[in-house]
Design a protein around this ligand. Structure first.
Ligand code: HEC
Length: 190
């Protein structure tokens, strides 16, 4: 009963831990949702990490984020079934393409509040039912590496590069451990 309540309520902030699918067994909807979040998050993070290792100033990484983040997002989406989609968003976006919709804002405000109360874990997945289907939200935390481009002390070179590409940038002034945004996967009703 509890689980059902949780699943049917608008916001379910309980942690959902997907177990691996075995053999040819079809993935559950939740397993699918989490898998697609990991596909996008894993790809972006590993590429960002190698860019920052090659050039710790962050200048080559900022070029990479500007040129490649959306292309990689599109590419991951082409690998998903037609009923699924994955993207990133935030309450304060840098790239207007990533702007949240009303539901995203509602969910992120809840997540942000639970971060302030220190009750949230970075692994927490929020499951939300919408008219179109089910969304899964995974929080992204501002780690030390993220602060080079999203923090309070951004180098002048990076600041200039950000301003040139994103004059309407709102995604700075984050502190270590802050809630930076989410990766959202959506599984449409079939
Ligand atoms: C080298 C600079 C750089 C670093 C380091 C960096 N980002 Fe970004 N980030 C960007 C740029 C540029 C964009 C806008 C391009 C895009 O992704 O569409 C962006 C966009 C985002 C977005 C999409 C929402 C939006 O604001 O448009 C999220 C979420 C995000 N970053 C989170 C992170 C997290 C979490 C980290 C650390 C793991 C991180 N970033 C590290 C430069 C950076």
């Amino acid at each position: 009963m509890k689980l059902k309540l949780c699943i049917t309520s608008l916001l379910c902030t309980a942690g959902i831990y997907a177990s691996q699918a075995h053999g040819t067994q079809a993935l559950s909807e939740t397993q699918e949702g989490i898998k697609y979040i990991k596909m996008l998050g894993g790809t972006l993070k590993s590429q960002l990490k190698s860019q920052l290792q090659a050039d710790p100033s962050g200048m080559s990484a900022i070029g990479f984020c500007t040129a490649e983040a959306q292309r990689i997002t599109d590419e991951v989406n082409t690998q998903l079934p037609d009923h699924a989609k994955v993207r990133r968003t935030s309450l304060r976006t840098r790239n207007s393409i990533n702007k949240p919709d009303a539901k995203d804002i509602e969910v992120m405000k809840e997540i942000e509040a639970s971060f302030r109360n220190k009750s949230a874990a970075a692994t927490m997945i929020t499951k939300v039912e919408t008219e179109e289907g089910t969304r899964y939200y995974k929080p992204l935390i501002a780690e030390a590496a993220c602060l080079k481009c999203h923090g309070e002390n951004i180098s002048p070179e990076i600041q200039t590069a950000i301003q040139t590409s994103y004059p309407e940038d709102n995604a700075t002034q984050y502190t270590l451990g802050a809630f930076r945004g989410v990766i959202v996967s959506e599984i449409k009703k079939r």
